[in-house]
Design a protein around this ligand. Structure first.
Ligand SMILES: NC(=O)c1ccc[n+]([C@@H]2O[C@H](COP(=O)([O-])OP(=O)(O)OC[C@H]3O[C@@H](n4cnc5c(N)ncnc54)[C@H](OP(=O)(O)O)[C@@H]3O)[C@@H](O)[C@H]2O)c1
Length: 319
């Protein structure tokens, strides 16, 4: 075998192994739970796995709140949900996690217009935003993926507690294993943009863990998950030399959006997850995490720092 044949053979074996692994590990939410009379809020619901999750929640009869930045995309999503499920109980509220003022406005609107919240799905997320600083003085990727959802979750806890049993589901990423988080400087810019993303996704897990402890005995649970690898607009901000290989390889090798939404749906509705809190899920199953994502001291530290960064007020603390 010459070198070229060896490389070609190696690539084929790699593709076959990844494809087999992907098929074998595709978890599916088998729950038939209905959600009539329940309200589910999904952030970043206008595309990708958030939209698939919203379609599923609507098909189960829930009132579905689409928390979206782009109202045009949100309206298109709403119409698609209605035409696919026949459920017209779909509402849109605007939220932009790049601004904490927007998060607070969104929460105010929810409190003014909604009487209950049974499931909060922290799904919105972004990648490839660079090292910009937001109007709130925070690292943009940390704010969109962690500080913003952290603030929103805190602001909505009163409604979630009032509606208990209720669930908080946070979409993180297995990418957390590649993290280099400096807990003393959560806004530290990183030369490799992916590191900013992975750090923020670790913070999702730490927040979810600490929240579960803070909510013990309230009948509000907090879990997080890795949805799998899915080709979605998440990669739209990457430079072309990263975007092109991703667009060629990911759709072929990994999950589609419907498959990518399954673990979120499982955590949000499945009877088997009732009362389960502080866990990390993958492929619709509870998974172990590396020590960095199950370190109580780190959970507490990142929680307290996040409270300071979002300037959480006394009247915004509901645990
Ligand atoms: N795709 C994957 O392989 C993968 C793997 C692991 C984890 N995840 C996680 O899965 C979640 C969903 O991602 P996806 O793959 O479905 O990507 P997506 O299609 O890009 O969806 C992300 C959603 O978040 C919204 N969003 C982004 N920035 C926002 C902001 N500043 N304010 C409000 N909303 C904002 C987007 O809205 P716009 O349309 O306005 O941008 C979009 O609706 C993310 O948390 C991501 O980190 C994805």
């Amino acid at each position: 075998m010459n070198t070229f044949t060896c490389i070609a053979f190696g690539i084929i074996v790699f593709i076959v192994v990844v494809k087999i692994l992907n098929v074998v590990t595709k978890g599916r939410c088998t729950s038939k739970a209905k959600l009539n009379g329940k309200t589910v809020l999904i952030t970043g619901a206008s595309g990708g796995i958030g939209k698939e999750t919203a379609i599923d929640m609507a098909a189960r009869g829930a009132r579905v709140i689409l928390g979206c930045r782009n109202l045009k995309f949100a309206e298109d999503t709403k119409q698609e949900i209605i035409s696919k499920t026949g459920n017209t109980n779909i509402v849109i509220y605007q939220i932009d996690f790049e601004s904490l003022t927007s998060v607070r406005k969104f929460s105010k609107l929810i409190h003014e217009n909604e009487s209950r919240l049974d499931v909060l799905i922290n799904n919105a997320g972004a990648m490839g935003l660079g090292n910009k600083i937001t109007e709130d003085g925070l690292h943009i990727m940390m704010q969109v993926n962690h500080f913003g959802p952290f603030l929103l979750t805190n602001l909505l806890l009163d409604l979630l507690k009032k509606s208990a049993p209720s669930r908080i589901v946070t979409v993180s990423s297995l990418g957390y294993i590649l993290t280099l988080l400096d807990p003393d400087n959560l806004n530290k810019p990183r030369r490799f943009d992916e590191l900013n993303y992975f750090n923020s996704k670790l913070c999702n897990i730490l927040m979810s863990n600490e929240l579960a402890r803070k909510l013990e005995g309230t009948n509000v649970t907090s879990n997080c998950l890795h949805p799998g690898v899915i080709y979605t607009p998440l990669f739209k901000h990457l430079p072309w030399y990263k975007r092109i290989p991703v667009s060629l390889i990911f759709p072929f090798l990994f999950k589609n959006t419907k498959e990518g939404a399954q673990t979120t749906i499982h955590c949000a509705v499945c009877e088997k997850v009732y009362g389960v809190s502080g866990k990390y899920f993958q492929d619709c199953k509870e998974y172990w995490t590396l020590p960095i994502a199950s370190n109580r001291e780190l959970d507490v530290k990142v929680w307290n720092k996040s409270m300071e960064f979002v300037k959480l007020q006394e009247n915004e603390i509901h645990y």
